[in-house]
Design a protein around this ligand. Structure first.
Ligand code: SF4
Ligand code: SF4
Length: 98
């Protein structure tokens, strides 16, 4: 298996060895992308806990710093779980620009 191969290079119905999810960059699945606004973030870590792709990034102080779009597949769970209020959202989903 090549390093950082795309998921489209897998055979239909193929399986991959356990512990290799990091090798498959699923960012091109997205039709929408989460956009992070640091000034509205209250550092609750809900997005980091719930993201199924570990695509929420932390900075050197262990605070949420953004999204790793190589792996974010745009599921929107981080947006749903983020507790910030409507007019001060820390994460909002936007249409993906291809
Ligand atoms: S949209 Fe989904 S995959 Fe992307 S950062 Fe949010 S929870 Fe993770
Ligand atoms: S869920 Fe929202 S408020 Fe909480 S750390 Fe993530 S972006 Fe910040």
């Amino acid at each position: 298996m090549k390093k950082n191969m795309g998921w489209k290079e897998l055979w239909h119905g193929d399986s991959v060895p356990a512990g290799t999810a990091k090798e498959f960059q699923t960012g091109d699945w997205r039709s929408e992308r989460p956009v992070f606004c640091a000034e509205n973030c209250i550092h609750c870590y809900f997005c980091w806990i719930y993201c199924p792709d570990s695509a929420i990034t932390l900075d050197e102080n262990k605070k949420v710093s953004g999204i790793d779009y190589r792996y974010c597949k745009g599921c929107g769970i981080c947006d749903v779980e983020c507790p910030t209020k409507k007019d001060k959202r820390a994460i909002t989903m936007e249409a993906e620009r291809k």
